[in-house]
Ligand binder design. Structure first.
Ligand code: WTA
Length: 649
């Protein structure tokens, strides 16, 4: 991790306490910390009481099989019932669940009563397709209501969904289908992005042709574009619309699998992070209510994440819907038709909470203050950030230009693996500091340790670890429990290692310092260096590749690839070709910002690539110590070879 970052953060001394008005009305009051400190397990039991259980648990936590936790053991619930039906039964059927706006400007409004019918019909359709509890269903959809409906329909019948981000390639979809042995894919003809219809179905066709486990493909008609059609395909409007809107939710065990979500680790193979039902929903619900100060009667909440990421799972679908939230869902990009689209949406729907990512905030800063100025943003009362460290300048801009100095900012640290927010201010309690995620939430224990696993004191940095099990923690890696143990629990004994560096300031606030492993964070998306390297090496022109993340003003990190070409492949278009190849293999988000053609890669005597040195080159820093290099002349060659490096876009 960069020592500069540590030094800079030390100068940050601004504090922003909530206003007295906000503090007085806040869902979370200071006593919440005391309650959790007094008895952590009892505290989590009281949070589980937020949900409706068909059968009460006998034991709150069983940690005897560590590191695989069981929470609310013996309890039974239906996750979809908790997110939908119970609000209707409580008399809120007419409350809007989703205000949806498509990129072209078309809209849909779905009440909780309507959502109940839609989810029930979809559940009946899944049953008719032969899906039963425990089966895996891949969901590959744009940001349309059917994405949430499909997830909830799976949850309703106990099927395990695996949502694959619609921006991923056919190959990424195929490998995830294979890993989970999914039986069904739910997709759409396409979606609207950047002013035109972009296709999804061709990628599904390609993936499914190579996926023997898939029996059927359920297709939502969104764009009306031409699609190839196969026997296995069935239109959503034909199958789902014809179903009964009655379906009795079946209670499942608290530890019944709810979903798998693939994320990048330090190897090339994505990890299927497994989440289960009762504990996950408890923490998603608790954090959404308290961190976003959610008032279901009056708020219009908007999380801008895609459902393909964990933020979309926990803070569009499960957290908000378990709390009976009215929310906005938007299909498209922020600059269509103009760069003020988001701000116009906030004004139109009177959005009260906005939850987005630092990369978006930095992009808006770059575009200029005139765009937010085109809309009335006075409905906003709270702002959230997630995905990567937010730099103090971006935090201040968010506060002043979007929040009119009037909205608490919650910088929320968590991961696909943690399932829900772990470190964050409580908006009515914490005096926030620009750039700090502040302290662990009530019920969560986080520590910072040094290389030897010893806790560091205030003012010091090291590795972030979680020291007690939490309800929404992952229950393992799908099909590879050894890797689960190895990845998260072997670096420090009995503690979960998150892979992030962090630092305490003198006042006990936590500053996240980015990944310490070989995982890059590009626009808040985790991409492993190995994964990109494997994609590059799969191209016939490439002999060897090494990939590093370099600081990028807008995306946080940018991907920089160093590539040795095979003889005879040195042609003018090779750089563009390689960048496109990675985009095709993994998805456009993994497209390297730069590809540098080099004659050699720096290696230690044992043959390990010295990424530290490559990072220096990528960041244009002075080269670090090269004494352990097998051939120190290599670095000179590489620096000189920069002239052949290509940057596009
Ligand atoms: C990073 C996204 C600093 C971190 C919810 C973590 C953050 C990884 C923050 C998880 C934050 C997320 N401040 N860094 N507020 N939030 N991160 O699995 O490196 O896509 O390990 O989950 O994002 O990314 P993931």
């Amino acid at each position: 991790m960069s020592t500069d970052a540590v030094a800079n953060l030390l100068h940050e001394s601004r504090h922003f306490p909530p206003s007295a008005e906000f503090a007085a009305q806040a869902n979370a009051q200071p006593g919440l910390y005391d309650l959790a400190d007094a008895d952590r397990i009892k505290f989590w039991e009281s949070q589980a009481d937020r949900l409706s259980w068909h059968a009460k648990w006998q034991q709150a936590l069983d940690w005897s099989d560590a590191p695989v936790a069981k929470w609310f053991v013996g309890g039974k619930l239906n996750v979809a019932y908790n997110c939908v039906d119970r609000h209707v039964e409580a008399g809120y059927g007419d409350r809007v669940a989703l205000f949806w706006e498509g990129e072209p400007g078309d809209t849909r409004t779905i009440t909780y009563a309507e959502l109940k019918s839609e989810v029930s019909k979809a559940a009946n359709a899944l049953l008719q397709l032969g899906i039963s509890a425990g089966d895996r269903v891949a969901i590959y959809l744009p940001m349309i209501p059917e994405a949430a409906i499909a997830m909830l329909a799976c949850a309703r019948i106990g099927a395990v969904h695996s949502v694959v981000f619609g921006g991923f390639s056919a190959e990424a979809l195929r490998s995830r289908i294979e890993d989970a042995a999914a039986k069904l894919v739910i997709t759409a003809d396409g979606g609207y992005r950047r002013g035109s219809a972009s296709a999804l179905k061709p990628a599904v066709d390609e993936a499914v042709d190579a996926s023997p486990t898939i029996e059927r493909v359920l297709v939502v008609k969104r764009t009306n574009q031409d699609v190839a059609w196969f026997d296995r395909d069935v239109w959503w409007h034909d199958l789902v619309d014809a179903q009964s809107d009655q379906h009795d939710p079946v209670p499942f065990d608290s530890e019944h699998p709810l979903f798998i979500l693939y994320t990048s680790g330090t190897t090339g193979k994505p990890k299927g992070i497994l989440h289960t039902s009762g504990g996950y929903l408890t923490q998603a619900s608790y954090t959404h209510f308290n961190v976003f100060d959610l008032k279901p009667e009056t708020d219009i909440y908007w999380c801008t994440a895609d459902v393909g990421w964990v933020t979309g799972h926990s803070y569009i679908v499960y957290g908000p819907m378990s709390n009976g939230t009215t929310q906005l869902m938007y299909e498209g990009t922020p600059d269509t038709p103009t760069k003020s689209r988001w701000w116009k949406l906030i004004e139109k729907y009177q959005v009260t909470q906005l939850y987005t990512a630092p990369t978006a905030i930095r992009t808006f800063m770059k575009w200029g203050d005139q765009f937010p100025a085109e809309a009335d943003l006075s409905s906003l009362r709270l702002l959230g950030s997630v995905g990567e460290p937010i730099n103090p300048e971006a935090w201040m801009w968010y506060r002043e230009i979007i929040g009119n100095n009037n909205c608490p900012i919650v910088d929320t640290w968590w991961q696909t693996e943690t399932g829900a927010i772990m470190i964050s201010p409580l908006p009515g309690v914490s005096a926030t500091k620009p750039g700090s995620a502040m302290t662990p939430l009530p019920g969560i224990s986080a520590k910072i340790v040094d290389d030897a696993g010893k806790e560091v004191g205030l003012g010091h940095g090291g590795y972030l670890v979680l020291t007690e099990p939490w309800p929404s923690m992952l229950r393992g890696i799908w099909g590879d429990m050894a890797r689960y143990q190895e990845t998260y629990w072997s670096r420090f004994s009995n503690r979960y290692f998150a892979g992030d560096g962090a630092k305490w300031d003198e006042e006990g606030a936590i500053w996240l310092l980015g990944r310490v492993d070989d995982v890059m964070n590009v626009s808040g998306h985790r991409i492993s260096t190995t994964e990109v390297e494997s994609a590059l090496v799969s191209h016939p022109a490439v002999a060897e590749a090494a990939v590093v993340g370099a600081t990028d003003e807008v995306t946080g990190q940018g991907i920089v690839a160093f590539v040795i070409l095979r003889a005879g492949h040195e042609h003018d278009d090779v750089i563009a070709e390689l960048r496109n190849h990675v985009a095709k293999e993994i998805g456009p988000i993994a497209k390297p910002r730069q590809v540098m053609i080099v004659p050699e890669l720096p290696k230690t005597r044992s043959g390990k690539i010295m990424r530290r040195l490559l990072r220096d080159v990528a960041e244009n820093r002075e080269l670090g110590d090269v004494t352990t290099l097998a051939d120190s002349a290599v670095m000179k060659l590489i620096s000189e070879g920069l002239a052949t490096g290509g940057t596009e876009d």
